[in-house]
Ligand binder design. Sequence first.
Ligand SMILES: [Cu+2]
Length: 284
Amino acid sequence: MKALSRLAGIAASAGGILANAGAAWAGLGQPTPWEMDLQDAASPVMQDIASFHFFLLWVIAAISAFVLALLLICIVRFNARANPTPSRTTHNTPIEILWTIVPVIILAVIAVPSFRLLFVQLEVPKPDLTVKVTGKQWFWSYSYPDSGNFEFDSLMVQDKDLKPGQLRLLAVDNEMVVPVNKVVHVLVTGADVIHSFTVPSFGIRMDAVPGRLNETWFKATSEGVFYGQCSELCGKDHAFMPIAVRVVNENDFNTWLSGAKQKYATADSAAHDALAATELPAAR
Ligand SMILES: [Cu+2]
């Protein structure tokens, strides 16, 4: 009786979880409660990553189902009771050829889209904009070398300073701003230890290594704010150096750029504080 009521409890809470998950299966640009899936894609690369992921999911599901079926057949038809005198067969050439060739074919079918995706990720198309990202203990600095060469720091907003609508542990004082539908070339480096610049909805994750300049790219296909987090253990505040990328239309970007050029012209902390007061036109 006790077990039954416990079971009913588990079923009820599982139902609740599923009902919640239905509403928030995956988010765009930010995590959602009970998220079960990749964050929605906001760049062509992430679309490719997601479709490759689901393709692999089908492949692995089919292989698992096939192996399970073989196991069940063995258990039912070849147990000691059902099959008291086992066959002494040791070799079967056709089957041996099959179980060599079929996995090779499966691997080849996986390899082709996999390599295609690697090239898409690694070959930066002609960029419209370059942003250099520096990971520091424990915040990010963004500089725009080909649009004014200014630089600013981006720090997480502390819980006590959160304004309504700002996401806890993800909102930052100064967001990285980029125009929509433009190829952004991202140069990534580290100033002290290794960090990792990651924005799930753009499908990018690149290590920020001191003394080394890595590169990646993205083309945001919709406006909004897209969040990520440092993805390489970098010390005590590793969990508190979020990444916020605001994607705006070209006009808003140019407005932001002319303001930013003046405000971030001097890289001292006074300028940094003054800049925090600059509000961007709401993107959504
Ligand atoms: Cu870090």
